[in-house]
Design a protein around this ligand. Structure first.
Ligand SMILES: [Zn+2]
Length: 241
């Protein structure tokens, strides 16, 4: 009787430790959206919207004032962006989201953000995280999520070079401290000031112009990118300098 109980305890402890070990070594956790049907032109729904968010950085082949509408309707613009994504990731570029494309899209997702970007990189530098801006914290987080997917595309286009986020979301207080514009797009989590080591500012700018960004500006050592046309936060007109 004693023997059985101790063996049970041994197995139980092993299972517990093994389980704990897995949990510890898994961070940052891979996350996956459940794309459970084939999506193509004519499809609509929340899953189409998730595709649009993930391919939004593949808006154009050459600088063009266009963007992928995140409306859950799989139209020609979404199809063209899916094709560009597929081509870039070595998939058959048929513009249809089947299992292989869904898997590639999911490989970019993390519980902490996307494959190459973490939410924390976009936190307001005054320690307020995503709070204290012009929209609720949850809205900022969702806006930043969408921004990160565009930056994933930009990253691929410049040769898979790491992108440094110099400034992401800014609280109203922090924006004031750094002398930002009164209605800066940073206050909503839809803007980032980026730099890419080894890539010229003009290349970053022209590449951003193929990635669905509608506000683009080169500073002395960084490129500002935002999605002002897509959100009701400002003038909603293109601002390319
Ligand atoms: Zn900026």
């Amino acid at each position: 009787m004693m023997k059985i109980r101790s063996r049970f305890l041994l197995v139980f402890s092993f299972t517990l430790l093994f389980g704990l070990g897995l949990t510890l070594f898994e961070a940052p956790e891979a996350k996956a959206y459940n794309f459970d049907r084939v999506l193509k032109e004519g499809s609509s729904g929340a899953d189409v919207q998730e595709v649009q968010i993930r391919v939004a950085g593949w808006a154009a082949d050459s600088p063009s004032q266009t963007y992928v509408k995140i409306d859950g309707i799989f139209g020609p613009g979404t199809k063209a962006a899916v094709k560009r994504f597929q081509k870039a990731y070595g998939l058959t570029d048929d513009g249809i989201v089947g299992p292989a494309t869904a898997q590639k899209l999911n490989e970019l997702e993390r519980s902490t953000g996307t494959k190459h970007f973490s939410y924390s990189e976009f936190y307001s530098k005054d320690g307020s995280g995503f709070s204290g801006g012009k929209v609720p914290e949850a809205t900022v987080k969702e806006n930043v999520r969408r921004l990160m997917y565009k930056l994933e595309a930009l990253r691929v286009k410049v040769g898979n070079k790491p992108i440094t986020i110099n400034s992401g979301f800014r609280s109203i207080r922090h924006n004031g401290n750094v002398g930002g514009a009164t209605n800066s797009m940073h206050l909503y989590g839809i803007a980032a000031d980026i730099s890419i080591s080894g890539v010229s500012l003009s290349t970053v700018k022209s590449t951003a112009k193929t990635s669905g960004f509608s506000g683009i500006y080169n500073g002395s050592s960084f490129t500002h990118v935002d999605s002002r046309v897509e959100y009701p936060y400002g003038s909603q007109s293109w601002w390319w300098n």
